[in-house]
Design a protein around this ligand. Structure first.
Ligand SMILES: *Cc1c(COP(=O)(O)O)cnc(C)c1O
Length: 369
């Protein structure tokens, strides 16, 4: 029997997976800088600036469970309500700790060092993280100049190693929503063995005609998995609840890949109550969408080239000027999200958005006027 080599010097560190070197860590949105006399606004994480519905908070408090016990691992009450509302069966649904856990689990069940994952870019920062961690080859397909997915290029990027394709509608951070017709045309070119995840984290805010309907797609395409969350329109980001709808075989795979007991009882209760108030949630999402449209229009009137905005955020494709724009907002006690290719501004209170408009106007005059 050979003895393990323990001679490594004290500067050695544990051997971690090489794939960790291939992608950047997730960087959360910053908090606003405190500046005397200015109310700070955090417009950097696409959080809902409205509080959860009072009935949801009341249900959480009333239904607080003994924390010595594990939660319902199957999230049966929440899944049953989702199944009823979406018109699907229970075995087509899984509830997870945010959509984030789903993105990890979806990669785990499809990807490894021998496979390839295709997704648009710029898009959600977790896509490089989860697919990179699995060791799969990352095929980032640039979005078009108008911020929309280049579905033709994505279809052309498919090889016999492709195991996962991610679509994001509305796309975080660029804003446009996919249309039903273009997604169906795309799916007709995707082999049935390739899993296509449609990330609809912001679907409730979309108001354009003909926007893709993930629920209908899943019914028509057994290789589509719909990813949704309670974090954005439901204003429950702090509770970590997301769900997926897919063919039962995919859901079975996901159940093997997620953390047992991930979603606490309190989170399940809140999500269930919020779901029961979906009408109100929808109305509030449309109010936020109206503020978004006004904000985007005001920017366009200043001269900015703002892509179609269908989420609760607006994108300024600033390229190398992104940091300068972010810094100008910081000095006004507003945190926005600098993603390198541009700056994403989450819809929030009017005062914060007005301050961004003032910054944007001066910035435009200085750099493009
Ligand atoms: C916010 C977001 C998610 C994940 O949200 P969770 O809080 O983990 O549910 C997923 N996809 C996109 C595109 C997002 O912006």
């Amino acid at each position: 029997m050979s003895t393990p080599d323990t001679s490594a010097d004290s500067t050695s560190t544990p051997r971690l997976r090489a794939s960790l070197e291939t992608f950047p860590p997730y960087v959360p949105g910053k908090a606003p800088k405190e500046i005397d006399g200015l109310t700070p606004f955090k417009l950097s994480s696409n959080e809902n600036y409205l509080e959860p519905l009072p009935a949801v908070v009341a249900a959480m408090v009333a239904d607080a469970k003994n924390p010595a016990l594990y939660p319902d691992d199957a999230a049966l009450a929440l899944r049953t309500e989702l199944a009823d509302r979406l018109g699907v069966s229970l075995d087509e649904l899984i509830v997870t700790t945010g959509a984030s856990e789903l993105l990890v689990a979806l990669t785990q069940i499809t990807s490894d060092a021998s496979t390839e994952a295709i997704y648009p870019w710029p898009s959600f920062e977790m896509y490089p993280q989860t697919t990179g961690l699995a060791g799969s080859k990352r095929v980032e397909v640039p979005v078009r100049d108008d911020g929309r997915h280049d579905l033709d290029a994505m279809a052309a990027a498919i090889t016999d190693k492709t195991s996962l394709i991610i679509l994001c509608s509305p796309n975080n951070p660029t804003g446009p929503a996919l249309r039903d017709e273009e997604v169906r045309r795309f799916l007709d070119h995707v082999p049935a063995t390739v899993l296509v995840a449609l990330d609809e984290a912001y679907w409730e805010f979309a108001t354009a005609d003909g926007v893709v309907d993930g629920v209908a797609l899943v019914a028509d395409y057994p290789n589509v998995v719909l990813v949704r969350t309670f974090s954005k329109a439901h204003a429950l980001a702090g509770l970590r609840v997301g769900y997926a709808l897919a063919h039962a075989s995919v859901i079975q795979g996901l159940f093997k890949a997620v953390i047992p007991f991930g979603v606490t009882d309190v989170s399940q209760t809140a999500a269930l109550e919020s779901l029961r108030h979906s009408d109100e949630v929808g109305i509030r999402a449309k109010e936020i969408a109206a503020v978004r449209d006004d904000f985007a229009e005001a920017l366009r009137n200043q001269g900015w080239d703002v892509p179609e905005a269908q989420g609760n955020f607006v994108w300024l494709p600033l390229g190398p000027l992104s940091s300068a724009f972010e810094d100008a907002c910081v000095e006004q006690a507003v945190a926005v999200r600098n993603l390198g290719d541009g700056v994403r501004i989450s819809i929030g209170e009017k005062e914060g958005l007005d301050r961004v408009l003032t910054v944007a106007s001066a910035f435009y005059a200085e750099h493009f006027g």
